[in-house]
Design a protein. Structure first.
Length: 416
């Protein structure tokens, strides 16, 4: 036990009433007991091993291209913190022979030590900004290079980090590399203490985590089966609102004309019932549908199906951007050639939105303007088509970051 542990323990006790309200699985795994999540055959492998930590669903999705690419050279272990992130990682990588999926531990020193003893990584990549002091220090003490991949440090987050800079600077200084999405993120992470010669701009892997050729193939069998099960009429227009947050289902439902089908997909499972109440009488994916029922409001209250549902959309509205949050990722629907609308509160995806806006491939709206902006796109098929085409080309032009990240990780673990 160290001094930081003595800080963590009372904080955990004091905040227990808050985090205990939400059901969380895998408490033993959170304490570093992940042996049952690792395949026994790994113990005899002579290949190098890279651990990649992605806190939740969005970060896991960014690894879609990297993990298979890296797996041709090394064994990969993907860790995640949240239940939804872990489920998504299993869905994406669970069948890969060169990859294991585990739960990331809490940052108490003995839990981190137990975790590293079991996983035995030769290098560690932390997706975006998952920099935990005990974990980083433990890696460095074992001569395990650890750094950031797909790094991001927004202006909003930087304000908070600066207040803790005297405490966090030693942790950032220990990072062996920091692959950042853009120059502003690179400047901020250097200001936090990462030596400048270890920082590089590699763009975002999220551009690579999507397949721009999916659109030309039409809706997949999976997407069509979801549409059939829910009673969506593919001959009529469909608006998909992805990763919605509090109050947005009601807002978007009111903004969407009654004769247009709207499918909302809340970002967090614990909001499913709240979202259903906001769209009274909606058809829920999780419930058996009355075959005689006709409806224009639908709720995707399942995990892992939004990607397929985007294929059905005529227009996509990206959520968590019309409420008091910071936006969701617009890249996947853009890659599918969909005209995309996003709200004004999108600071977590500033760079992607700037790039798409420069190509006139996304429409930034507001709560007051949403109804008008949506009606305008619904009224012009040509505008929708042109906007979607520009979006796909924009995504294609910015792909390539995954290979750069793969080379960095392979080099630092001694495999490349």
């Amino acid at each position: 036990m160290n001094l930081l542990d003595l800080v963590y323990i009372p904080i955990g006790v004091l905040t227990a009433p808050l985090w205990a309200r939400k059901k969380r699985d895998g408490w033993g795994q959170r304490f570093g007991h992940v042996s049952d999540m690792l395949r026994p055959t790994r113990s005899g492998s002579t290949r190098k091993r890279v651990l990649i930590h992605a806190v939740s669903v969005g970060e896991v999705n960014a690894l879609r291209a990297l993990v298979p690419m890296l797996g041709t050279q090394v064994d990969v272990v993907v860790s995640s913190t949240t239940d939804t992130g872990l489920a998504r990682a299993v869905q994406l990588f669970g069948e890969l022979e060169t990859c294991d999926v585990v739960r990331y531990p809490l940052d108490c020193s003995w839990m981190v030590r137990r975790f590293l003893d079991l996983v035995k990584p030769d290098a560690v990549g932390l997706v975006e900004l998952e920099v935990w002091p005990n974990f980083v220090k433990a890696c460095v003490s074992r001569d395990i290079p650890v750094g950031l991949i797909n790094g991001r440090l927004s202006a909003r987050s930087f304000k908070g980090y600066k207040k803790l800079r005297p405490f966090l600077r030693p942790t950032f200084r220990r990072l062996a590399f920091a692959c950042m999405q853009d120059a502003s993120y690179a400047e901020r992470v250097a200001a936090m203490g990462v030596p400048a010669d270890r920082v590089r701009v590699t763009d975002s892997m999220k551009w690579d985590s999507v397949d721009v050729d999916r659109a030309s193939a039409g809706a997949s069998d999976r997407a069509l089966s979801i549409a059939l099960a829910m009673g969506l009429d593919l001959s009529r227009r469909i608006v998909v609102a992805g990763s919605t947050g509090p109050s947005e289902e009601q807002l978007i439902s009111k903004a969407c004309p009654d004769d247009v089908q709207l499918l909302c997909a809340p970002r967090k499972p614990e909001r499913f019932d709240e979202a259903a109440a906001a769209m009274a009488g909606c058809t829920r994916r999780s419930e058996k549908r009355n075959s005689k029922q006709t409806n224009t409001r639908f709720l995707l209250d399942t995990i892992g199906e939004l990607s397929a549902v985007y294929e059905l959309a005529d227009i996509v509205i990206v959520g968590r951007s019309f409420c008091d949050l910071y936006g969701s990722d617009p890249i996947e629907p853009a890659a599918l050639g969909k005209p995309v609308i996003i709200g004004p509160n999108n600071s977590d995806f500033t760079n992607a939105i700037r790039v798409l806006s420069d190509h006139q491939a996304i429409l930034v709206s507001s709560r007051d303007a949403l109804a008008g902006d949506l009606s305008g796109l619904l009224a012009s098929q040509d505008q929708c088509q042109a906007m979607g085409d520009r979006a796909r080309e924009c995504v294609r032009a910015h792909q390539g970051a995954t290979r750069a990240h793969c080379e960095v990780l392979a080099r630092h673990c001694g495999a490349g």
